[in-house]
Design a protein around this ligand. Structure first.
Ligand SMILES: *Cc1c(COP(=O)(O)O)cnc(C)c1O
Length: 422
């Protein structure tokens, strides 16, 4: 499809009116496992669904077009996507990975390194000195994940690309937290983007899936070869559902991040909040980098509540937010990383990573912002030892001068007035 068209148009048009059998407008779902040959000497475009399937190809092309990739591979899950890229490294090769990467990725790399498939060095990628020092060891592959989970720490993608160029390392970016609507790492010089399409891309919390997108066709073909060889390719039905979800990516993201900003704005002024982790805040350490490499600040944020707030009670009192892991869906979710997503880390490791027991992670969905804010503040009222009496406590100083700054890029927000506080 023409790259002169805007991304929104390319998604809306993906696969539309391509059915030559019955002229269906919306592309059909091809479930067949195998495809007939007209002649034993003429291999058809598709012969067996592990290697190729028309429905999966449509999703693959749509995602490749959005990320600016030459070739994509659709996988059965985000973890299958992450694992697929590690077929590119050999025993003895070094992989640099973020010390605060997605838990499943941490488990996978630790297990593979233990089996001797490759070596792993964990680095704080937001620390330029430590990161630069790690490059001296000559990594073969560098995995980045920005913003990180759950503290929304930002890695400078352009800086990593500059460092990796010198040693010829393959740079892989996990773009799950923002989606190509808000960040396009291949355009910033990365070689490969991976996604858990389970999150924003499908956006409807009803499919587990993944994708790997390569900037160069040669690397993409190599990954597609491995995907067919190991059988990690995605199911046709999942691809059909994911393409359907993808069509509304831009309006969903736009609305979700607008609501997230409104809620953050309400929380910034609240004395029961100790710290807010949201790259849209000018006080966030990664704010300037986020502005330079993202097209928006997204709809994920985490809040460390003050000592007087019982965060477990806060979650129990919420009526609209659902207590669940995962993110990026149409429904607003809330979790306490210390007892949920990051429970497998030791308390000491969590403390070093900056994940307090009073940290709450929010994924903002498509509900009305006023209803979400009201829900949050009524729950906060119930969960606070002395209600609003905590206002002005010493913990408040940390966000006193925080304010919402305009994001970079061409996409401007129309920030509505903050919702009424319950
Ligand atoms: C969820 C997630 C994954 C894993 O994806 P699955 O679809 O659950 O296998 C990988 N990376 C990030 C950043 C994620 O959020």
């Amino acid at each position: 499809m023409s790259h002169d068209l805007h991304a929104e148009t390319r998604i809306a048009c993906a696969g539309i009116s391509t059915d030559t059998a019955h002229n269906s407008v919306s592309p059909p779902l091809h479930l067949s496992a195998n495809y007939y040959w007209n002649d034993p000497c003429e291999k058809p475009q598709y012969d067996y669904a592990r290697s190729g399937n028309p429905t999966r190809s449509q999703l693959e092309e749509a995602l490749a077009s959005l990320e600016g990739a030459a070739k994509g591979v659709i996988t059965a899950s985000g973890m299958a996507a992450v694992d697929l890229v590690f077929n590119l490294v050999k025993p003895g090769d070094l992989v640099l990975a973020p010390h605060d990467c997605y838990g499943g990725t941490h488990r996978l790399l630790t297990a593979r390194a233990k089996c001797g498939h490759f070596n792993v060095a964990w680095v704080d990628q937001t620390d330029p000195v430590a990161f630069k020092a790690a490059f001296v060891r000559g990594p073969k592959l560098v995995l980045i994940e920005t913003p990180s989970n759950p503290l929304l720490r930002i890695t400078d993608i352009r800086a990593v690309v500059a460092l990796a160029k010198d040693c010829g390392a393959i740079i892989v970016a996990d773009n799950t937290f923002l989606s190509p609507a808000l960040q396009r790492p291949l355009e910033l010089g990365c070689d490969i983007v991976v996604h858990s399409t389970t999150k924003f891309i499908n956006g409807h919390s009803d499919v587990v899936g993944g994708a790997v997108l390569a900037r160069e066709a040669k690397l993409g073909e190599e990954l597609a070869w491995w995907a067919n060889c190991t059988g990690v390719t995605g199911a046709p039905f999942d691809s059909f559902m994911t393409l359907r979800g993808l069509r509304t990516l831009f309006p969903r993201i736009e609305r979700q991040q607008m609501t997230a900003r409104e809620i953050v704005e309400g929380l910034v002024q609240d004395g029961r909040v100790a710290k807010i982790f949201f790259p849209g805040l000018a006080s966030h350490p990664g704010h300037e980098i986020a502005k330079a490499q993202q097209m928006g600040f997204g709809s994920m944020f985490s809040v460390e509540f003050a000592a007087g707030v019982d965060v477990l009670e806060l979650l129990r009192r919420l009526k609209i937010f659902t207590i669940a892991e995962s993110l990026g869906g149409f429904e607003s979710l809330v979790c306490v990383p210390a007892v949920m997503t990051h429970a497998s880390m030791t308390p000491e490791a969590r403390a070093i990573a900056g994940i307090s027991d009073r940290l709450v992670r929010f994924s903002i969905g498509l509900e009305h912002g006023e209803d979400l804010a009201r829900d949050l503040f009524q729950a906060l009222e119930h969960a606070s030892v002395s209600g609003r009496g905590l206002r002005g406590g010493s913990c408040f100083e940390e966000n006193e001068d925080a304010h919402l700054a305009a994001p970079g890029g061409s996409q401007e927000f129309s920030l509505k007035s903050a919702p009424p506080l319950a």
